[in-house]
Every structure is written in C-alpha cells, then in structure tokens.
Design a binder for this molecule. Structure first.
Ligand SMILES: Cc1cc2ncn([C@H]3O[C@H](COP(=O)(O)O)[C@@H](O)[C@H]3O)c2cc1C
Ligand SMILES: O=C(O)c1cccnc1
Length: 336
C-alpha cells in the first residue's frame, strides 16, 4: 500500500482527521471493570489501561495477541561534531545485529510475543548537519513519514516503535527544546555516555541547531532538527492512530517524535501510553510536558523500543485481567 499522503499538508490533514476512541466500547469496559471480582480500584493503573485499550480497540472485552515492534534506523550528519560516545558506523552495524537477532530488542520482542521488523532508512545518506541548516528537505521528511506510515501492520493490536541512530539523542534534545522552550542544557543528556567535554559540545551543538533553524512549526522542527528514523516513528504513530491501534511510547527519542505530533495537533497522542521513563533526565521532563505518566522506571537508556517492549507485558496483564476475570455474578462472589 502506498502512503495516504504525498505532501506535508496532506499529512497535517490526516492528523486533524484522526479518529477518537469508541465511546460505547469505553463505557462497556468501564461497566465491566466495575463488575469484576476484586475490590473497586484494586488493580490500580491496570484498570485505566485496560479501559483505555478497550476504547481504542472498539470492544469492551478486547484481546491483545498481535503486538508489532518496528525499529527504524537513520544516520545523522551532526555526528561529525562529536556528539556521541560511539561512531556513526554503529547504526548500520546494529541494523545487521537486529536482523541477526542479537540485539536487546530481539530478545524483548520474543519474550513478549511481538512480531519485530527493522527498517533502515537511507543509511548511506546521513541527514545534513543541522548546525548548518535544515537536516532534511521537505521531500525527505515526507518520504520518512511515509516509510513509517507504511511499516505499520493494520492487523496489529498494539504498536511499539523503536529507533537506532547514533547521534539521535542530540536531535531529540534539539526537537524538545524547539517545541517546549527552555535552555539547550535542560534538554541535553549523555546519550550513549559522553563525558563532560562531550556533553558540553553536544549542548553547544543543540544551541547552534536551534539558532540555525528558527522555524518553530512542529513539523518544520521535525524536518530541520530531526532525522529519518525520528520522522518514521512519527509517521508510524500517526498511522496507528488512523487504524485505532494503541501505541506504547519508548524513551527520549521516541517521545520526541511523539511530541511533534502532539504539538502539531491537539490530542494526537490520546492513543499512546508512556512505557517507561528512561535514564536520560530530559525524558521525564518531556513526558510531563505531554501529560504522560510512565508505566515503568528501570534505569534503561537504550532506546530500540526496549522500555516500551517491556511495558507490553504490563498492558497484556491489564487486558488479560480485564477480559478474562469473572464478574461477581458469574463467580457467585458477594459484591460487598
Ligand atoms: C551498540 C549500541 C546499541 C544501541 N541501541 C540503541 N542505542 C541508542 O543509542 C543511540 C543514541 O545515543 P547517542 O545520541 O549518544 O548516539 C541511538 O542509536 C539509540 O537507539 C544504541 C547505541 C549503541 C552504541
Ligand atoms: O531514552 C532513550 O531511549 C535513550 C537514551 C540514551 C540513549 N539511547 C536511548
């Protein structure tokens, strides 16, 4: 299937036309939740999660058996400035590792029963160094959004998008700072583990990128400061919304991609939950700007969709309880 849009304005129109959750399914799920054999509220956030999931799936008693994990990979021109602890070649090397089944996300996808695929986006053509001007042309941005849109399996019942792109915590910091303001220092962290000198360079590079790219329209921010894998994640999340497939957000980079959609269109992340809070300090700040409370906090700072994949287990647990438990009437338990 070709993407449903050919231009950035068509993509904007799709965001604006995105469906909401099914009101009858939401109400049915709330009613069912109130009848299950447990004290009211005893399953805590699992109850809200199950009701939210039921609304998007359009049924009061949903299953969750077809999660999809997609890893998008892209290269960043800004790596030439020394912003990562690792060389840019690691991106393509890790793509081979994903294909061979050797990365963390391969193990986590298997552990939680998700179908995983990898999409490498023009790795031999890094984006332009954003300190010198826009990272991507509009055609490049639209192509990356479309690659993400097309990678989603419409038959999936849950989506996790992850990324691989050396240098992409710099892009994510620049995007977050452009969208939400504050200083580059507040949004810039150590990523793969840069030392103090590297962190100072990285913060300076983010500041230069913001100065070189003054347009603050959210999709222009994505074009100017983002990368292909970041845009593809945004495209995939937008497609999931169009298909009413719930999404679990991963770490800082994934959340920066999501934030672009949220700022471009009110409510664009209503079908998304935050899987975890990563160890990149700005991730927590970004989640709170988006009004999202993370499900897990495990000190991960990997990306690849790893924290979101772990949260598939939490969501599966929520849905299993919601859809599988007996009601007080069915079990003959006194309702109190
Ligand atoms: C071997 C390896 C595997 C990874 N898997 C994810 N990342 C993570 O680290 C990168 C971002 O950090 P920075 O901005 O500091 O380059 C991204 O590729 C992200 O996915 C990895 C990084 C490395 C080195
Ligand atoms: O928050 C993340 O996902 C993250 C943090 C550091 C490096 N890579 C990814």
């Amino acid at each position: 299937m070709s993407a449903a849009f050919a231009t950035l304005s068509e993509f904007r129109a799709l965001l604006a036309a995105a469906p909401g959750p099914d009101a009858a399914a939401l109400q049915g799920a709330r009613d069912r939740n109130g009848q299950l054999t447990k004290p009211p509220g005893a399953l805590g956030r699992l109850e809200d999660l199950a009701i939210w999931y039921a609304g998007w799936r359009g049924t009061a008693r949903p299953g969750l058996d077809k999660p999809q994990v997609i890893i998008f990979a892209g290269n960043h021109g800004v790596t030439a400035r020394g912003v990562s602890a690792f060389p840019a070649e690691v991106t393509v090397q890790m793509v081979a590792n994903f294909q061979a089944g050797g990365a963390a996300i391969n193990q986590l996808s298997r552990a939680f029963g998700a179908e995983m695929s990898v999409q490498a986006l023009d790795l031999d053509r890094p984006t332009a160094d954003f300190t010198q001007g826009p990272a991507m042309t509009e055609a490049e941005l639209v192509a990356a959004l479309a690659a993400g849109w097309q990678a989603v399996n419409p038959a999936a019942d849950l989506l996790v998008v992850g990324e691989m792109g050396i240098g992409n915590t710099t892009a994510a910091a620049a995007i977050a700072c452009a969208l939400f303001g504050g200083t580059p220092g507040e949004w810039t962290g150590r990523g793969t583990g840069v030392d103090d000198y590297g962190l100072a360079i990285k913060t300076q590079v983010v500041a230069e990128g913001l100065a070189a790219n003054p347009d603050r329209d959210p999709l222009q921010v994505l074009r100017c400061l983002g990368g292909r894998e970041i845009a593809a994640m945004a495209g995939a999340m937008a497609r999931a919304r169009a298909e009413r497939i719930p999404v679990i957000l991963d770490g800082f980079i994934c959340t920066a991609a999501a934030a672009v959609l949220a700022q471009a269109c009110d409510g664009a992340l209503d079908h998304c939950v935050a899987g975890h809070a990563s160890a990149e300090a700005a991730h927590r700040t970004l989640l709170s700007k988006l009004g999202k409370q993370p499900l897990l906090e495990l000190g991960l700072r990997l990306g690849e969709g790893s924290g979101a994949a772990l949260a598939i287990g939490v969501l599966k647990g929520a849905v299993a309880c919601h859809s599988g438990m007996a009601t007080f009437a069915e079990a003959g338990v006194a309702a109190g």
